[in-house]
Design a protein around this ligand. Structure first.
Ligand SMILES: Cc1cc2nc3c(=O)[nH]c(=O)nc-3n(C[C@H](O)[C@H](O)[C@H](O)COP(=O)(O)OP(=O)(O)OC[C@H]3O[C@@H](n4cnc5c(N)ncnc54)[C@H](O)[C@@H]3O)c2cc1C
Length: 383
């Protein structure tokens, strides 16, 4: 029996792999997408309930442009699959004293042409009486931004791609050991899968698959997420009364109560080193206390709100937060795509387009995504 040789095999059906497979398929190629546990499963970085899509990135126009491009594509997907993927909640930046990052964000939004508005404390209080303005000097409002329903979006994308001809399989791929061109990958059941090119979009598992190359270049960290029940009969913590928000100096962000899941709060600061396969998914009492302390100050009506759910996820950080999307230095027909670094979800569509450009048109290489530029020490500057 002759085995089929795919043009592309994409390993990992998180947001990066699912969009890469979708775009490679659209460019007219045969594509197989594989995942060990299923698209956006609950331990994948893409597996959470919801993710913010904002345009603001400090002075970084590259990610602002990618967010704009990606939002269009998320909306087109929503239209295509006929289910809710994007909630247009808007995005509110809470700005403290001397907050250079958010000031630069405002300047970039202006330069790139993203609709935004500066709010005074007075305007903030009038619009959002449920938010305490203590310690806030002004706010930046992005009306066109919002929240993506993460797990549902990736699963809808994969289902839609299957209808368009994508092959998808549940399979776990063992780490490739060759030092040359790769002809095939092998599943843990011993099956060989042949392709011209392989894309490894394995998120926080990438260091396990390529330990020599990535163990010191991708740092998975433990991140805790808490959902609080709003007061009964009170819709001021749900969209549209409540937007998505980010208090950058405090590195705390949150999402309104969407689809009755609860008011979501998380600390963006990197947690302890984390193994996505074996790490405990039980949130800590310390993490809960920090989240509670913040919401008690910022949202006084939620002071004693019951915890309705908690999750432990992981960021897969590169040294500074820029993604890694590049050819393997030894396996020429292997591309590595990952390093979402806590902000990658929104960019899935742009990442898929970039990978397709890289592989089908020998496209332009963005130097910030190349492997050689990744340091082995953490110095985050992309948020
Ligand atoms: C708590 C939290 C909040 C976040 N908030 C935001 C936000 O608001 N906005 C935003 O834009 N981003 C956010 N992010 C970041 C974003 O979610 C990630 O950057 C993105 O989901 C990474 O996707 P990925 O496809 O690279 O990885 P993953 O989603 O982890 O996908 C990798 C896949 O590879 C599979 N895999 C691994 N090894 C193998 C193997 N050997 N064989 C087969 N399959 C394999 C895994 O099963 C997994 O499904 C957040 C992340 C977290 C954890």
């Amino acid at each position: 029996m002759t085995r089929k040789t795919f043009d592309f095999v994409v390993i990992g059906a998180g947001v990066f792999g699912a969009w890469a497979a979708h775009e490679l398929l659209r460019s007219g190629h045969s594509v197989l997408l594989l995942d060990a546990y299923g698209p956006a499963h609950s331990r994948a970085s893409s597996g959470g309930e919801s993710r913010i899509i904002r345009m603001g990135y400090g002075r970084d126009a590259l990610y602002t442009r990618w967010s704009m491009r990606s939002l269009d594509k998320w909306k087109a997907l929503e239209e295509e699959v006929g289910r809710r993927i994007f909630h247009p909640t808007g995005m509110l930046w809470l700005v403290g004293k001397d907050d250079t990052y958010t000031r630069q964000t405002q300047q970039t939004l202006e330069r790139v042409g993203v609709e935004h508005q500066q709010l005074s404390v007075r305007e903030l209080e009038d619009r959002y009486p449920q938010i305490s303005s203590a310690g806030i000097e002004w706010a930046l409002w992005e009306p066109g931004s919002g929240v993506l329903m993460a797990r549902q979006a990736v699963q809808a994308l994969v289902a839609d791609s299957i209808l368009r001809g994508l092959e998808y399989r549940l399979a776990s791929i063992v780490a490739p050991t060759t030092k040359a061109r790769l002809d095939h990958v092998v599943t843990n059941a011993g099956e060989k899968i042949l392709a011209g090119t392989f894309v490894f979009a394995c998120g926080p598992w990438l260091p396990t698959l390529f330990p020599d190359l990535l163990a010191q270049r991708i740092f998975p960290t433990r991140q805790e997420v808490f959902f609080f029940a709003p007061p009964p009969g009170d819709d001021s913590f749900a969209s549209p009364a409540m937007p998505a928000w980010f208090h950058h100096p405090a590195l705390v962000y949150g999402l309104p109560d969407l689809e009755s899941r609860g008011f979501k709060v998380s600390v963006d600061k990197h947690g302890a080193r984390f193994d996505p396969e074996t790490g405990s998914r039980q949130a800590s009492a310390e993490g809960l206390a920090i989240a509670r302390e913040y919401i008690a100050r910022r949202f006084p009506r939620l002071k004693n709100a019951p915890l309705s759910e908690s999750r432990v996820c992981q960021y897969e950080n590169t040294s500074n937060g820029d993604f890694v999307i590049d050819h393997h230095p030894e396996m020429a027909n292997v591309v590595i795509a990952g390093g979402g670094s806590g902000h990658g979800f929104k960019h899935g569509p742009a990442v898929g387009e970039y990978i397709t450009e890289l592989l089908t048109n020998s496209g332009i290489v963005e130097t910030r995504f190349v492997l050689a530029g990744k340091s082995t020490t953490q110095a985050r500057n992309v948020f």
